[in-house]
Design a protein around this ligand. Structure first.
Ligand code: DX5
Ligand code: ZN
Length: 215
């Protein structure tokens, strides 16, 4: 069974509560925080967490696409993040940051851009709860999956087995019902999906189909 995390970046913010209602059976909600510095787009920050806290939502999976993420960890943890993903490319002291996230009882995920090799994770993966593999260049919803990134999922899954670790593998960007089984076959556990869920006719059905995917 695969886990699914709809990205609210693709939702209609004018109807946030109705949009959340459509995805109530999802395993997480993916919250894409962008600062216009680490990525060429600005989205939202803690106010969206406050809004989500007023609704009945699945656990919040927060993806920080920001420079200097360590400055904001406590804020997002206090607002109920159940996963915090920080980019390896944005943090000099990743080991310390991963430790701090875990000490707040939040799952620590490390995110990697398409150009970052899996080998760059070798000395950190034993400490993390998960790795988020970007399958597009971060910044926008609705982009096309970069097929070459699938190899990284397989490599990471191999490394996980070889080292006897049990961190989770999340994939993010351009995931849809056409490529979902492929990424699951490669070893992905959590499928983050924006446009494929919120811009579909029947988000609940897409979620159900992803959850039923077999490894
Ligand atoms: C991209 C974000 C993704 C994005 C996913 O920078 O990190 O989470 O919102 O959206 P889709 O599935 O539409 O590519
Ligand atoms: Zn994301």
């Amino acid at each position: 069974m695969a886990l699914v995390s709809p990205s609210i970046l693709a939702a209609d913010f004018a109807n946030l509560s109705a949009e959340i209602d459509k995805i109530k059976d999802a395993d997480f909600i993916h919250v894409d925080v962008m600062d216009g510095v680490f990525v060429p787009n600005i989205t939202f920050g803690t106010p969206i967490m406050e809004a989500l806290n007023k609704l009945d939502t699945p656990p919040l999976d927060v993806h920080l696409m920001i420079d200097n993420p360590s400055q904001y960890i406590e804020k997002f943890a206090n607002l109920g993040a159940s996963i915090l993903a920080v980019h390896i490319e944005a943090e000099r002291h990743l080991h310390r940051l991963v430790d701090r996230i875990k000490s707040l009882d939040v799952e620590a995920f490390v995110a990697v851009n398409p150009h970052t090799p899996v080998s760059a994770l070798e000395e950190i993966i034993q400490f993390v709860d998960g790795v988020l593999i970007m399958t597009v260049n971060p910044g926008f919803t609705g982009q096309s999956f970069i097929p070459e990134t699938a190899q990284k999922i397989a490599k990471l899954d191999h490394l996980r087995k070889e080292k006897g670790l049990n961190f989770r593998i999340a994939v993010d960007g351009g995931i849809n019902l056409k490529n979902a089984q492929t990424v699951v076959d490669y070893g992905a556990d959590i499928l983050i999906m924006g446009a494929a869920i919120f811009r579909s006719e029947n988000p609940a059905e897409v979620i159900q189909k992803v959850k039923e995917l077999k490894k």
